[in-house]
Design a protein around this ligand. Structure first.
Ligand code: HEC
Ligand code: HEC
Ligand code: HEC
Ligand code: HEC
Ligand code: HEC
Length: 413
């Protein structure tokens, strides 16, 4: 009798300990600081600028502009030049605890960072050993993804031409897309993450859209080395840096060059270029029921639309209105990636548009007496209103805009 009782209570004790441990684990997962990606060796170390030749001065874009004015003027209009100062980034960065790792892509040169990275304490590299940086240049920090972020390596300027008469040392790069890979992919391949694509998985999305069946292939194993060696077919430069014949410097040799524009989600015209949208009526099936269908297809981007941070999304709104403009029927569809962040990171759904895979949404009208028109509105959102409020981002520029709007008047007989 006594023995059985003691085994039972021992068993119960073990169960209670296991349950408490499990609960503590989950609570910790819910409140822990969240590192959604691994700080890969590709960008973990600030770019060492100690060998800068005198002709490049302090490496500021303004110094490049002395000779390459047009390239500077173009770069200045881009989000790369604002990658540090941009208010949404600044708000988000502070909300997230001002982590060092964010500087590695938004201000990648060592002199753009107030601290030197000596080592990392953890294998995911989220906990750097930092030391004050005597060479820190706050002016250069404000240039964000500045010229040298892409062009300066080991005392030389990297470029794809290679046989110019430049006053600065030049290292020839075989493929211009290699430049983009450093920052435009982050990986999340850890035991506790279950991503189909890494967060900001633009490069992996291109790989996936190219493969026959995108759903079978996971981003795992198709990132890292393989992608980097395959960079020439990524096409980033072809789509994001339009070709222009001109000289590199005033009075220089005229060559094929690329405009430094990098338009994306902040540019309505660029987003419109990515999409082919058609809105019309389907063949009438019955006299008092009509169907209107909007078809939206990614025909202009090799990656998903939207791509980049999971904040970006599209909404497709369909509505039927009466004479007084009252909404009779309405439906709202969201094209976005939904990630569950806690307690584990899991890709819940992803309805974004892969290249060449059209998507349709429809609205039916039954009450045809009162309805006078049917309207479709497609909007691009840089982030949603809920998140804007949560991080207290007071936007001065719109966070959403129309990319398509069409009203069809109903023919009433
Ligand atoms: C004193 C003038 C001068 C300055 C300063 C200067 N460059 Fe140049 N750069 C040139 C000239 C001249 C060429 C060659 C033009 C030619 O032959 O068509 C050149 C060529 C280049 C090329 C093409 C190399 C290739 O082979 O593809 C790149 C890229 C470049 N410069 C970037 C920069 C950047 C970035 C900076 C600032 C960090 C900079 N340059 C500063 C004068 C300058
Ligand atoms: C040093 C890191 C870095 C490199 C290298 C880099 N980018 Fe970026 N890129 C960024 C960051 C950071 C942003 C976002 C800045 C922001 O919005 O605050 C960005 C934004 C963009 C955007 C979005 C514009 C928008 O409107 O949202 C495009 C397009 C882009 N980059 C294309 C490229 C291409 C093409 C290359 C290669 C030629 C490249 N980038 C190389 C860091 C980089
Ligand atoms: C986001 C990365 C990035 C940034 C930032 C950047 N460039 Fe470039 N730049 C490139 C790439 C990629 C090429 C090669 C384009 C090609 O295929 O010809 C290039 C080419 C050039 C060339 C050679 C002409 C050509 O088109 O090949 C010059 C000159 C140049 N850049 C100057 C600058 C200057 C000056 C700045 C800063 C004001 C700057 N770049 C900023 C990525 C960048
Ligand atoms: C076939 C053309 C094409 C190719 C190739 C392409 N892009 Fe794009 N990209 C677009 C278009 C069009 C858009 C605008 C639609 C959008 O923002 O989703 C865009 C948008 C973007 C954005 C904006 C995302 C944001 O957050 O606002 C980024 C970043 C970007 N591309 C990076 C890249 C990189 C990096 C590569 C190469 C690995 C690349 N693109 C290759 C056409 C292309
Ligand atoms: C591996 C490089 C990399 C790192 C590290 C990185 N970013 Fe970015 N970030 C990018 C690129 C590239 C873009 C633009 C393309 C996109 O939308 O994905 C971007 C865009 C953003 C944007 C959108 C800005 C806009 O204009 O709408 C915010 C906000 C942002 N990053 C915040 C952060 C924060 C906070 C961290 C640190 C936790 C961080 N980033 C770390 C590369 C990086």
């Amino acid at each position: 009798m006594y023995r059985i009782f003691s085994i039972r209570s021992k068993k119960r004790g073990i169960i209670i300990v296991v349950v408490i441990a499990l609960l503590l684990f989950i609570v910790w997962r819910l409140i822990r600081p969240m590192n959604i990606f691994i700080v890969d060796d590709r960008f973990a170390w600030p770019i060492d600028t100690s060998l800068t030749p005198a002709v490049l001065g302090q490496l500021s874009a303004k110094e490049c502009a002395v000779c390459h004015q047009e390239f500077y003027d173009e770069w200045q209009t881009t989000i790369h030049s604002k990658a540090w100062t941009e208010p949404y980034f600044q708000t988000d960065w502070k909300f997230d605890g001002s982590q060092h790792s964010c500087r590695l892509c938004h201000t990648p040169l060592d002199r753009q960072q107030p601290h030197k990275v000596l080592a990392y304490r953890d294998s995911d590299k989220w906990d750097p050993v930092l030391e004050d940086n005597p060479d820190f240049d706050p002016g250069l920090q404000h240039e964000g993804v500045t010229c040298a972020a892409c062009h300066y390596r080991e005392g030389k300027i990297v470029g794809v031409i290679g046989n110019t008469n430049a006053p600065h040392p030049v290292k020839k790069l075989d493929d211009a897309n290699q430049v983009c890979v450093r920052c435009h992919i982050v990986e999340g391949d850890k035991w506790d993450t279950f991503f189909r694509f890494p967060p900001c998985g633009t490069v992996a999305e291109i790989e996936s859209s190219r493969s026959q069946s995108p759903n079978k292939k996971t981003a795992k194993g198709s990132t890292g080395e393989h992608l980097v060696s395959n960079s020439s077919s990524l096409g980033c430069v072809e789509c994001h840096m339009p070709l222009k014949r001109r000289s590199l410097v005033k009075g220089g040799v005229v060559r094929d060059t690329r405009q430094h524009f990098w338009r994306g989600g902040h540019e309505p015209e660029m987003v419109k270029k990515a999409l082919t949208i058609k809105f019309d009526e389907q063949k009438i099936t019955s006299k008092d029921k009509r169907r209107f269908i909007i078809t939206i297809e990614n025909t202009g981007a090799a990656h998903y639309v939207p791509t980049g941070t999971p904040d970006r999304h599209l909404t497709v709104q369909l509505r039927v209105v009466d004479k007084q403009n009252n909404i009779l029927t309405e439906n709202m569809n969201i094209i976005r990636r939904n990630v569950m962040w806690r307690p584990f990171i899991i890709d819940l759904t992803d309805t974004r548009l892969a290249r060449g895979q059209p998507r349709s949404y429809e609205i039916k009208i039954s009450d045809s007496q009162k309805a006078v028109s049917v309207e479709a509105v497609v909007r691009y959102h840089l982030l949603d209103e809920k998140r804007r409020k949560r991080i207290a981002y007071e936007n001065k520029t719109p966070i959403a805009y129309d990319v398509f709007r069409q009203k069809i008047a109903l023919d009433m007989k």
